[in-house]
Design a protein around this ligand. Structure first.
Ligand code: FES
Ligand code: MG
Length: 575
């Protein structure tokens, strides 16, 4: 195959004299010590997302070394460059607010720099989606490498990991089951090393989804961040990037409907984060595919949850890795995956699975006839409270609450919730339905994970572990409970959640996939007519761009002007 690499040439338009532009480019990089022999090779960009504020990416310097080794072993020239890096806990107002900015940064740097192919190093929740969105739009060969999961820790003899256990311990502290000394002690145990959260949160889910999409090497999703396996994956990723450059294999040939179908399957089978659905909608939107929520629900009904991973199950990512990782899961689901999907290896998924390591006995990935949960981890709801759809992670909910009628207790926004949720005079009991609005993509730019509404303190102290909750926001993939999310359209753009009043009755039926406010249409129309004027919106900067352009959850919360111009089809395909 003739090599397609451009070396340092890339695109040379800036001086109107291409040869002079190349001459300058070479002069400057020689100033950094490069010789001519280094320069006439495929140039492999490495997206460096190290940041002192991103411990989930704390191993990036070591990964870059390993990638560089892999690139050079294959005869390429590795050159790293930075982009924005986003960590969940260090991104005000929310990490999701910055995802589209990182996607724009990634896209424009990939287009601007003379790279023949690029290795994307992502990990923490929003980074992999941002990189896939940007790379899909940039149109250059790209391969995803994730940083890998953190190690678990140990607290008083018990294995713990972020962040399902962070939430569990905090809940016990709020309920006064553990004291201030113990909560301080466990704070230093929950995160055992650098790397991403050790449960089926968004980071782990997007790692698995990347493998299922075929944009990351087989077996690359699960090695923990600080292991030799992770470094060898990085080396192999660098080597393969040179192949991508020489073959000119771009993401549009990989991110096909077949690839998205496989990714949705893996998301469902691992009991993955609800956020991954938003991110997949965004990546698909970059490629011209629209998310069909009902087709996703249909896929969910026939896809069992097989991975016994917190919060739906009991294990951590390091256990999933030892059990054989995503290739093992794919073998279990093989009949439901599309084997024709091309992967970044240049081979199809079917060819890769033919060569996958032989299965062995283990207890993390269940066989199809003994699932963790039968009916799909995420269900899609419709009704007058969610005309554009809403979702619930039923595999992490309380079964008895999946069919429930109760009295609405409404919180106007995140500030109202914070002020009243712990008051002793809050009028609430365990059969009520908590409603939190104005936390959608426009209402609270970035659509925070505040959909995980805490159990009111007085109920928590009385031993209540779960209560039905509904919002137009998101929830962390590490959280559990009977929690309806992404009610669309959101309250801030006139969605029906804005019309609910405390004392109304809400009926949730996951069996019937319905979410109904039992108030008649005439009364809802009266309420809409008398609604308060819209709240003030940001007037300048990125925040203004965000609220002016962001789409709803089912469209991926991408900016309208970043989506592909033409919609080619919907995904998952209704095969
Ligand atoms: Fe980075 Fe959980 S905080 S993956
Ligand atoms: Mg998260």
């Amino acid at each position: 195959m003739p090599s397609q690499h451009q070396g340092l040439r890339g695109s040379l338009t800036s001086y109107g004299d291409a040869e002079f532009a190349l001459f300058l480019r070479k002069a400057f990089i020689k100033g950094a010590g490069y010789g001519d022999d280094a320069l006439d090779r495929p140039v492999i960009g490495i997206v460096d997302t190290e940041s002192g504020f991103n411990p989930c990416h704390g191993n990036v310097p070591q990964l870059i070394q390993a990638i560089e080794r892999g690139v050079m072993l294959a005869g390429g020239l590795p050159v790293s460059f930075p982009t924005i890096s986003i960590h969940e806990s260090f991104a005000h107002p929310t990490s999701m607010f910055l995802r589209n900015l990182m996607a724009m940064d990634t896209e424009e740097m990939l287009k601007a720099l003379p790279v023949d192919a690029v290795v994307l190093i992502g990990g923490c929740d929003k980074t992999v989606p941002a990189q896939l969105m940007g790379a899909a739009s940039a149109g250059k060969p790209a391969i995803q490498l994730v940083t890998g999961s953190m190690l678990t820790g140990s607290h008083r003899g018990r294995t713990v990991g972020a962040c399902t256990d962070c939430r569990a311990f905090w809940g016990r502290y709020r309920a006064e089951e553990i004291d201030a000394d113990e909560i301080a002690e466990v704070n230093g145990r929950l995160v055992g090393s650098v790397g991403t959260c050790s449960v089926a949160g968004t980071a782990s889910t997007m790692a698995a989804v990347s493998e299922a999409l075929g944009v990351a090497l087989p077996g690359s999703a699960t090695p923990p961040a600080v292991t030799a396996d992770r470094m060898r994956v990085a080396e192999a990723t660098g080597t393969r990037a040179v192949g991508l450059a020489e073959e000119g294999l771009t993401l549009d040939r990989i991110l096909t409907p077949a690839a998205f179908d496989n990714a949705f399957r893996i998301l469902l089978a691992m009991g993955g984060s609800t956020n991954a659905l938003v991110h997949l909608a965004a990546v698909a939107g970059r490629c011209g595919y629209r998310l069909d929520l009902d087709a996703f629900d249909a896929l969910g009904r026939e896809t069992p949850v097989l991975v016994d991973l917190k919060p739906s199950g009991d294990h951590y990512m390091e256990d999933l890795h030892r059990a054989g990782g995503i290739p093992r899961l794919m073998l279990e689901l093989r009949g439901q995956l599309d084997p024709t999907a091309l992967t970044v290896t240049g081979r199809t998924l079917g060819e890769e699975l033919d060569d996958a390591p032989a299965p062995f006995a283990q207890d993390v990935i269940r066989p199809r006839d003994n699932p963790i949960h039968n009916g799909g981890s995420i269900a899609v709801l419709h009704g007058n409270l969610a005309p554009g759809g809403a979702i619930i992670k039923q595999s992490a909910a309380t079964p008895a609450l999946l069919e429930h009628r109760g009295r609405a207790v409404v919180f106007e926004d995140a500030a109202d919730l914070a002020e009243r949720i712990d008051r002793d005079d809050l009028d609430v009991d365990a059969s009520d339905v908590l409603v939190l609005r104005n936390i959608g993509p426009v209402g609270f730019p970035g659509m925070p994970e505040a959909g995980y509404i805490p159990i009111p303190r007085k109920l928590a102290k009385a031993g209540v572990k779960d209560i039905v909750r509904i919002s137009d926001g998101r929830m962390s993939g590490t959280a559990a409970g009977t929690i309806v999310l992404h009610s669309s359209p959101e309250a801030a753009v006139g969605g029906p959640l804005a019309l609910v009043r405390t004392g109304d009755t809400i009926a949730l039926s996951v069996g019937r996939r319905s979410l109904v406010l039992e108030v008649d249409d005439a009364e809802l129309a009266r309420r809409a007519a008398g609604a308060a004027p819209p709240r003030p919106r940001p007037e300048r900067g990125y925040a203004k761009l965000y609220v002016d352009e962001v789409t709803q959850a089912e469209e991926g919360c991408d900016f309208r002007f970043l989506q592909a111009v033409d919609t080619r089809a919907s995904v998952p395909s209704r095969a």
